[in-house]
Design a protein around this ligand. Structure first.
Ligand code: ADP
Length: 575
């Protein structure tokens, strides 16, 4: 071995030591990153750029040293890209400018690069211009006259330092030996050793990049979670709070690092975290993982959250903080509330007619003295009416179930004289009340329309009976029919209790009833308008809405086309 070689060898040893140090740093950083502490950094704060920069520096130094050790003008390394099947030159390079290096791509089947990559063996070429293996374009473009190319191989070793896996990830070139000399076999061996260091740095860098990428993805996922997520360290400092959580607690900006009890202005939540943190210190940390229900108030609206919390542990199983997830339960709780009030009203609605029917039948059965024929008839009449009421309720429930199941109510379309129908309904409803005055306003001449007569009857009846029900003090009720050319409009106005603004759109929702003192006295199920809307909008391609002023009265208006587009309605049965 000559002096030169000895010097170079020690240079290589030095490099290896540097590399070991870099590897150690990377491992440490990885660990630091995955731990809870690291989540403090915002995803784009750039904190993780530092170690990457360091790694890039190491790589750059290595590439430069390779050129120096081999006394080459240029060093270029290429990675294999599986999707394109190409070897792609990567920065940093030495002796070639970075912009041009990015455009160097070679198919893995071509040139010396391809050969070295495929065979996993080094190649030396002494005359690039004449050598049949070289790609002449590149030779000319990069002004190459001789060179050595070795494979970049990553080896995985077990504890006994035995190679368990070998993978060629790319190739390493040195081009143009200085002072007009030629590369020799000694250079090849040296370059092979340097290539293994380079491959190790590249691999570590990729692993690190993957970790950073994964962490970024994780943070983005947490950030975009619909549920609120809060992480509090064992010291009581907020380490993570996603956007939903910031909204729930009404906090702006980055609060990481601040104490939870200074940021959360919610007694229940503060108490929950305090208790959680206390258990972290004791042995109960195991059991801590409880669910709580917390109510938050937001512009006068209540929102109910179901909160699940659990300790966060490090690799050794030691608890280092608490994670809490806030799920919005408001809708579920409202549905539960609605369901129980629905069950109460339906039972009431079922019981009332049944009690009446049973009462009159018992009276008739006990008839010893003999009722007058007229009295008897009156009783039968009431029983008949109450039976109809029961049937209506049961039909409503069945229809709702059908709509719920996604089926449309089966329509039966014919020509309908809407004016005559409105007159009929008004006449029937007049008999149901002595306190209200019912008026019908309609044009002299009115076209017939295509529709389902029974269903339209149900719509108008429902609107009229609501107008009567919700005007307990009587008043005028006006039904107005208008011809709008290709549509007809029907409106029902009353002088009743009216509907508060915030309920106007909601009264068409299933089970929705205005909840106030006046309204509570009137029994109902909240199903009528839901069905009416379905009948108007789905079966008659129309629209329905309400206008109202509390204490003044309400108007319900619907418009339907005179000629339906039957092809757009499933299960249509044209006459
Ligand atoms: P129900 O009458 O059985 O409660 P509806 O679906 O027919 O069910 O009506 C839903 C709610 O809309 C009623 O509970 C009532 O609060 C309100 N409402 C409907 N019609 C009127 C009206 N004409 N005036 C005032 N409120 C009304």
């Amino acid at each position: 071995m000559n002096n030169d070689t000895v010097a170079l060898q020690s240079e290589v040893e030095q490099l290896r030591a540097q590399l070991e140090e870099a590897k150690r740093q990377i491992a440490e950083l990885n660990q630091r990153n995955t731990s809870l502490q690291a989540t403090k950094a915002a995803p784009d704060s750039g904190i993780e750029a530092t170690p990457l920069d360091e790694m890039e520096m190491t790589l750059r130094r290595l590439v430069q040293r390779i050129a120096m050790i081999l006394q080459a003008e240029k060093t270029v390394w290429m990675l294999y890209e599986r999707e394109s099947g190409e070897l792609v030159a990567m920065p940093p390079a030495y002796g070639v400018d970075e912009e041009t290096i990015r455009s160097l791509r070679v198919r893995a089947t071509q040139g010396i690069s391809g050969q070295v990559f495929r065979e996993g063996r080094p190649q030396i070429f002494l005359d690039a211009v004449r050598d049949p293996r070289t790609i002449k374009e590149n030779v000319a473009y990069y002004n190459i006259y001789n060179g050595v190319t070795v494979p970049l191989i990553v080896e995985k070793r077990d504890e006994q330092n035995r190679v368990v896996d070998r993978q060629t990830i790319g190739v390493l070139h040195v081009w143009n030996k200085r002072h007009g000399e030629e590369f020799n076999d000694e250079d090849v061996r040296l370059l092979e050793r340097l290539a293994s260091s380079l491959a190790a740095v590249i691999t570590n860098m990729r692993i690190y990049q993957e970790v950073v990428e994964e962490r970024k993805e994780l943070l983005q996922t947490i950030e975009s979670l619909y549920a609120g997520l809060v992480l509090v360290s064992a010291e009581g400092r907020i380490t993570q709070m996603n956007s939903s959580a910031r909204q729930i607690f009404n906090v702006q900006g980055d609060v990481s690092g601040k104490r939870f009890d200074e940021v959360f202005h919610h007694e229940g939540a503060v108490e929950m975290f305090r208790r959680g943190l206390a258990t972290l210190k004791g042995s109960e940390a195991e059991e801590f993982g409880a669910g709580a229900e917390l109510t938050f108030s937001e512009d006068g609206h209540e929102r109910i959250f179901q909160v699940q919390s659990a300790p966060v542990r490090n690799e050794d199983g030691k608890p280092i903080g608490i994670v809490a997830i806030f799920n919005d339960f408001t809708d579920i709780r409202n549905i539960e509330r609605m369901k129980s009030s629905f069950v109460a009203t339906v039972s009431h609605e079922l019981r009332t007619p049944l009690t009446a029917i049973k009462g009159f039948i018992s009276t008739l059965l006990m008839d010893d003295a003999g009722f007058e024929e007229s009295e008897r008839r009156e009783f039968y009449g009431i029983i008949d009416q109450e039976c109809d009421r029961l049937t209506r309720l049961i039909n409503d429930l069945l229809n709702i179930a059908r709509i719920e199941a996604g089926e449309s109510l089966k329509p039966h379309y014919t020509d309908v004289d809407i004016k005559e129908l409105a007159q009929k309904v008004v006449m029937i409803q007049r008999q149901a009340t002595s306190r209200h005055k019912l008026y019908l306003e309609a044009p002299e001449q009115m076209d017939t329309i295509i529709g389902d007569e029974d269903k339209l009857d149900q719509v108008i009846t429902n609107l009229l009976s609501n107008a009567i029900k919700y005007s307990p003090n009587g008043g005028d009720i006006r039904v107005k029919l208008e011809d709008l050319g290709d549509k007809v409009r029907l409106s029902v106005s009353d002088q009743g209790m009216g509907i508060p603004k915030e309920h106007l759109g909601k009264v068409f929702e299933k089970f929705h009833r205005v909840d106030n003192r006046d309204n509570r006295k009137v029994y109902g199920t909240g199903l009528g308008l839901f069905l009416v809307k379905h009948l108007v909008e789905v079966l008659h391609q129309g629209k329905i809405w309400a206008e109202s002023e509390v204490g003044v009265g309400s108007t319900f208006i619907f418009e339907i086309p005179k000629k339906l587009k039957l092809e757009e309605i499933e299960d249509a049965h044209p006459a």
